[in-house]
Design a protein around this ligand. Sequence first.
Ligand code: SF4
Length: 323
Amino acid sequence: MANNPNADYILEVKNLKKHFDLGRGAVLKAVDNVSFSIKRGETFGLVGESGCGKSTTGRTIINLYNATEGQVLFNGQDVHKLQGRDVKAFNRKMQMIFQDPYASLNPRMTVGDIIGEGIDIHGLSSGRQRQERIYELLETVGLNSEHASRFPHEFSGGQRQRIGIARSLAIEPEFIIADEPISALDVSIQAQVVNLLKRLQQERGLTYLFIAHDLAMVKHISDRIGVMYLGALAEVADANELYRKPLHPYTQALLSAIPIPDPEIERTRERIILEGDVPSPVNPPSGCRFRTRCPKAMPECAQSIPELKEVEPDHFVACFLYN
Ligand code: SF4
């Protein structure tokens, strides 16, 4: 693949739309004009309630779905226009880890063969070298070589997620999309998997797109965070800045729902309860998508769609309160 002309950014998502035609004139606008960039070596957290389009964004980035409109540039190349050898090179450089590792691990294959599959497809090693590579990967993710001959059902949820991570690492990717990788795990195990991902990032210079449904989950891993609502980005900022000074009313509501460990602060903190349900992406509200639930909605919010604008350095928000 060609070198990235903008070397700072490994991934650039530009005005991405992914619409699904449901028939009879109904169109589900799962992703509707989303733009963001990810720097090499950073973790970008993409957060929003279920159905907000974050997983569809991930799947369109990795080319499991084609784009309805817009571009996804990986190392400067449009992933939806790749052909021939470039497709294989891309498939090696970008990998995905799923929420339910069990569903994505073939129950009839041994763990060794699951991890070795990518090595075989990409012809990375064979024979004894391949075996040693599998053992090494198992140890890297906190398992051991004896696990190679076992089957996925013999492992706990956390261990299965480690197997999924080892499988992704086997082909030495540059970029990993982690789609709710800890949501299905016990709270005690979540931190272990997050710490493993952080260590692997430091050791291997990986870049992550980390998708999650609440802000608490991405807090300890993200450098920057994008908050999605109903197919669009509401706010994008440095992680510390976002927690310290959320600007969008939706981000403020999400943050107010996170419990604070200090009982004194917890007792007095203000909670913003959002009224109503998330509207259907088949028939989103006119103007600002959040206006039907926004405690600060104004008449102009129904008239036009607020653009995602940089209102402070590297802090972007789509809300008329700041325009
Ligand atoms: Fe609320 Fe209006 Fe801002 Fe939308 S544009 S988040 S409705 S204040």
